[in-house]
Every structure is written in C-alpha cells, then in structure tokens.
Ligand binder design. Structure first.
Ligand code: ATP
Length: 354
C-alpha cells in the first residue's frame, strides 16, 4: 500500500486537447479518493495516466517512495478496474481472477488457492466454474474486483466500476465496495460522474472541470462549503440557489429581498459590492408567515423528492428553491417564505467563496 502524489501532472493529447492541466494532488496511504466531474473534464485520463496507460506530457507521479512517471504500466504496482470489467469470456471465474498471478508466474495450485480465497470473500464461491457470460452484471463486477484484489497491488484504480449496474445493485455494490476497501486498506482512486456515489463512498474527493481540480476536500466540506460557483452548482442532488445580489448597508439585497449578511463574511464585504448569494434548498426552512430576512414569493413549482418536496418560489422574477418536509407542502400559487438557516448561506465574489 502506498500514497499517491501528483506534481504538476499535465496531459496534452496529440490533437492538442489539454486533458490535465498541471495537477497537484496528494492521496495519503489507505485513502478512498473519488474523482468527480462532468463528462470530458479529464477523470479517465487522470486515472489512465496514473496507471501508465497514457504517458504524461509534463509533471510527475510518485507512488509510495517511487517516481513512476516513466515506468511501464506493468511495473507500477497498481491495479485498475475498467468500466466494462474487461473479463476474458472464454475463461471461468477462477481463471479470470487468477490471470494476473499467471502473468506473474505464480504456480498453478497457489493461483487457484488465491482465487478461491478472494472469490469466497467476494461472495463468488458458488460461481467459480462459470464463465462471464453466465453471470449477472453485479457478479461480473465482483469478479473484476476479485481479480484486482488477487494482485495485491499498492493502489487500486477504479474507472466507474458501478456504471453497468442497475440502480438497486449499484447501491448494494457501493456499500460493499466501501466496506471492502476499508478492510483491505489499499489506497484507492475511484472515478465517477455520479456525485451521490462520490459523496457516499469517498474519504476525500476532487471535483474537476476542464483538466483542472476545482476543489479537494471531504464530501462534507465539498457539499457544505463549495469553494466556487462551479462546484456549488455541480454538487448536490438539488442544485444550490446561486443568486445575484448586492451589499447594502448591514444587509444583502438578493432577488429584491433584504437578507442578513452571513456571519462567516461579516466585515469582509464592501458597500455596494456585487456578490452571488449561495444557499442550498436543504439549508432553508419554509414559512407561510412573513419572516424578516427571508425570500418571499409565490409557489410556482412543486417536485416530489420522496420524503420531502422541492418548492420553487417565484421571488420578484427570480426562482428560489427550498426543501419542505413531507406533509407540509404548500399549494401552488400560495404565498410563502424561504428562510436561510443560520450560518448556512455562502457568499461568492468573482466566482470564489468569500
Ligand atoms: P467521461 O466522464 O465522459 O468519461 P472524462 O472526465 O473521463 O469524461 P476524459 O475521457 O479523460 O474525460 O477526456 C478528457 C478530454 O480529453 C476530453 O476533452 C476528451 O475529448 C479528450 N480525450 C480523451 N481521450 C483522448 C484521445 N485519446 N485523444 C484525444 N483527445 C482525447
């Protein structure tokens, strides 16, 4: 097991696309680290460059105490699970799991023993003689994981390993994978475009945009205090309200409403300054009675979230969203107030959190 360090890592593809733009990142030994970002931001490229399947154009990759930047993929001591699992269709589960050991010239009996042990751990014991075509998507995913685990690499690299699973299996696999990673304690980098997955599984995560890392932090840090408006709008199952506003005396004027200056930025804003006011729909309460320092408007849309409703208020031509608990949803057209919870609103200046 080993820490992974990237220093100014850059990848420019032959056509001129800069997929990684001088990235710096330290992933401590044993961490479960998620890479998250929209399609095309460079997640897969980053993973493949760490694995050595792509050559870095600049910068360095250090795994443990070894600079592996120029080292062949096979000698980097990392194991990668691909989105399509890349299992061999003509081999049974045992041989698929044992394949990397065969490459390492481990004796046949020892290979079979290791495959059995890992297969058992992953709940595959009764499937060891089957071929991939005779397995469900979830079972194939476990075989791919088992193959990686059998190699005992310094680090695991997962490229959207859950994306081929249906919603229910995916949730199961999430819990399972997280538990497994904890038990094994192997440094793991996990690529996903599913933020719920990253928030649920990762110890820490990076949010990428256009080959850049826009924020690194724990899921809680990234969710509660997005460093910039890109991350703020990307993270969250219901998007954060990001509303233009202006500093006016002791208050912020946002969507024509007067709101208190959040305590976190008190004394750090200038009179008349243009800002963006950010507050998650979950971090406001809904009131049917007028409240000081709230957004007042009319209910224009209601969306059912299951155990709660997302209420959209039309506030002086601006849309403001607030989550209300099941059972207290207002009727369409009603007058209502969204009240930011104490300490939950953020202020952005030039796109960055103040
Ligand atoms: P997705 O979530 O859609 O898989 P991603 O975040 O993994 O996307 P990458 O696949 O790393 O993104 O791609 C990053 C950028 O590099 C994109 O603009 C992509 O078009 C480009 N790119 C990827 N592979 C190549 C290649 N082999 N040659 C040229 N450009 C490439």
């Amino acid at each position: 097991m080993a820490a992974i360090e990237l220093k100014g890592l850059t990848k420019v593809y032959p056509g001129g696309v800069k997929a990684l733009d001088s990235l710096d990142l330290e992933i401590p030994d044993g961490e479960f680290f998620a890479l998250l970002g929209p399609s095309g931001c460079g997640k897969t490229t980053l993973l493949r460059t760490i694995a050595g399947l792509e050559t870095a154009t600049g910068g360095a990759i250090v795994i443990g105490d070894r600079d592996v930047t120029g080292v062949q993929p096979g000698a980097r001591d990392v194991a990668m699970v691909f989105q399509d699992y890349a299992l061999f269709p003509h081999m049974d589960v045992t041989d698929n799991i044992a394949y990397p050991l065969r490459i390492k010239k481990v004796a046949k009996a020892a290979r079979a023993e290791k495959a059995r042990e890992v297969g058992e751990r992953l709940g595959l014991a009764h499937l060891m003689d089957r071929r991939p075509g005779q397995l469900s998507g979830g079972q194939q995913q476990r075989v791919a994981l088992a193959r990686v685990m059998a190699t005992q690499a310094q680090a695991f690299l997962f490229d959207e390993p859950l994306s081929n699973l249906d919603a229910r299996l995916r949730l199961e696999a999430r819990t399972f994978l997280k538990k497994l990673q904890r038990e094994l304690g192997v440094t793991t980098v996990f690529v996903t475009h599913d933020q719920a997955e990253a928030l649920a599984m990762a110890d820490r995560m990076a949010v990428m945009e256009n080959g850049l890392i826009r924020q690194i932090g724990t899921p809680a840090e990234v969710f509660q205090r997005p460093a910039n408006t890109f991350v703020a709008s990307f993270i969250g199952s219901t998007p954060m309200n990001l509303l233009d506003g202006q500093v006016r005396g002791e208050r912020l004027e946002v969507a024509g409403c007067k709101l208190p200056v959040p305590s976190s930025v008190e004394g750090r804003l200038s009179e008349g300054e243009q800002i963006v006011y950010g507050v998650r729909p979950e971090y406001m309460t809904y009131s049917t009675e007028p409240v000081e320092g709230a957004f007042g408007g009319r209910v224009s849309i209601m969306e059912n979230l299951g155990a709660a409703h997302l209420v959209t208020l039309e506030v002086n031509d601006t849309l403001v969203q607030v989550v209300v608990p099941e059972g207290s949803e207002p009727p369409l057209g009603a007058e209502g107030f969204a009240v930011p919870k104490d300490g939950r609103a953020l202020v952005y200046r030039d796109g960055n959190v103040v």
